[in-house]
Design a protein around this ligand. Structure first.
Ligand SMILES: *[C@@H]1O[C@H](CO)[C@@H](O)[C@H](O)[C@H]1NC(C)=O
Ligand SMILES: *[C@@H]1O[C@H](CO)[C@@H](O)[C@H](O)[C@H]1NC(C)=O
Ligand SMILES: *[C@@H]1O[C@H](CO)[C@@H](O)[C@H](O)[C@H]1NC(C)=O
Ligand SMILES: *[C@@H]1O[C@H](CO)[C@@H](O)[C@H](O)[C@H]1NC(C)=O
Length: 403
């Protein structure tokens, strides 16, 4: 009797035990799945003691994806994968943003037990070409709006860089962060450069776009020397620097007539940089009629400018022999086959220039007040108007200076 009772007890105990353990349960905690668009998302669901119960998967719109081992949904990117017998994982191939949401793995008990799986699909930053700015040509003083319209999940940060056209080897300079729109108010000639936006949302690769901004402005003529003296019979070189965009027409004039190249005159154009050329006028040999005024003129569709200089007769004083300076025309800024093609062969000759009586050019530097033009106070001063911007819209005043 005692033995039987013990046996019954044992069975009851064992029965209770088994009853509790055999209740189906999820064996992994709730998870979030984060994946990059295009890849295969694995939504895990692992169940202990499933017994005769069935597993049902619902997608983020509560549509049944699988029931038991069968796929119900009409989407062949989706499959049920069972690496181990307790696994009921759903795979979604080639996921996209529309797949993001809360999925459910459900054990069909009464009431059903549900596990939620949150799927986040990320997309690397992209720049929509059609909605972004093209290269543009503007006039000085205008307001320029550059747009890089981006997509991506999470929302990308857009950073703007400026890359100098004149110094392509220099690293690009960051001008602004976090804005799809870069506004440049009252654009100056020094802002004419390549602007690059880089969109990035921590998912490789980043997206880039370059926009070239050309700033047009009327010519400015600058003469390094306003007066120059030379002996009769020798030669001299007059120099004129023209800054303009576009460079349309520049010339040396004498008595209202453009000076052409001939046996006596030689005009050579040196390209100094993007917007600046130097017109050098070589005169040889100098005779009496050559003394007087020379005018350097330039014009383009936006305006014109002219500057006058004076060539005067220098005479040797009896006692002091005239010091002679021999120098090749140094043109460090002339580079590349393009500009070389434009140079005249005569530039390779040696120019001979006597040093004027007072040891220098009398009026040197009395050209236009020009420090703003040729100053080397490089860099930008930025005034982002933070009060007026949302995270994706940036208003920026870019003060560009010569570099
Ligand atoms: C899943 O993401 C939600 C929302 O971002 C967050 O609140 C939750 O803590 C995350 N859960 C896990 C397990 O990471
Ligand atoms: C980018 O394009 C979208 C869609 O056309 C538009 O709604 C949005 O305003 C654009 N963003 C900018 C900064 O232009
Ligand atoms: C625009 O910039 C020029 C210098 O580049 C300055 O002289 C002028 O006052 C500015 N105009 C405005 C409206 O800010
Ligand atoms: C900066 O933002 C304030 C507030 O929105 C606005 O009043 C002001 O005109 C803005 N300044 C510029 C230079 O855009």
């Amino acid at each position: 009797m005692d033995v039987l009772l013990l046996l019954v007890n044992l069975i009851i105990v064992a029965g209770t035990d088994t009853g509790e353990s055999l209740e189906p349960s999820f064996d992994v905690p709730i998870v979030n799945v984060t994946i990059i668009a295009g890849k295969t998302a694995v939504l895990p669901c692992s169940v202990d003691f499933l017994g005769e119960h069935k597993i049902l998967w619902m997608d983020h719109r509560d549509k049944v994806m699988t029931f038991g081992e069968r796929r119900i949904i009409f989407d062949d990117r989706i499959s049920l994968e069972r690496p181990y017998s307790k696994d009921w994982n759903v795979h979604i191939r080639n996921v996209n943003h529309a797949d993001s949401g809360r999925y459910k793995c459900q054990i069909q008990t009464t009431p059903p037990k549900t596990k939620f799986i949150q799927l986040y699909v990320q997309e690397p930053a992209k720049i929509i070409e059609e909605l972004s700015s093209k290269d543009q040509t503007v006039q000085e003083g205008e307001t320029v709006q550059l747009i890089c319209n981006t997509t991506g999940i999470p929302t990308p940060t857009v950073t703007w860089y400026r890359r100098s056209l004149r110094h392509m080897d220099e690293p690009a300079q960051e001008v602004a962060r976090s804005g799809e729109v870069l506004l440049i108010h009252n654009i100056s000639r020094y802002c004419g450069d390549i602007y690059e936006c880089v969109a990035f949302n921590e998912i490789q690769p980043e997206a880039r776009r370059q926009i070239r901004v050309t700033v047009e402005f009327p010519p400015e003529v600058y003469l390094p020397n306003r007066r120059i003296g030379q002996l009769l019979g020798l030669e001299t070189i007059l120099e004129c620097r023209v800054t303009a965009n576009p460079q349309t027409y520049s010339a040396w004039k004498r008595n209202g007539h453009e000076i052409d190249n001939d046996w006596k005159y030689r005009v050579v154009v040196f390209e100094e940089n993007e917007n600046t050329i130097t017109l050098s006028l070589r005169i040889r040999p100098i005779d009496k009629e050559d003394y007087g005024d020379y005018v350097c003129v330039s014009n383009n569709k936006l305006g014109s400018d002219r500057e006058k200089m004076f060539l005067y007769q220098y005479e040797v004083r009896k006692t002091t022999p005239l010091p002679i300076e021999i120098f090749p025309p140094v043109r460090p800024s002339v580079q590349g086959p393009d500009s070389v093609d434009r140079l005249d062969k005569t530039t390779k000759d040696i120019a001979i220039k006597p040093i004027p009586p007072d040891g220098g050019f009398p009026n040197y530097g009395h050209g236009k007040p020009d420090s703003a033009k040729y100053g080397n106070n490089g860099g930008n001063i930025l005034f982002p108007n933070f009060s007026a911007l949302s995270l994706v819209f940036l208003v920026l005043t870019l003060v560009c200076t010569a570099r």
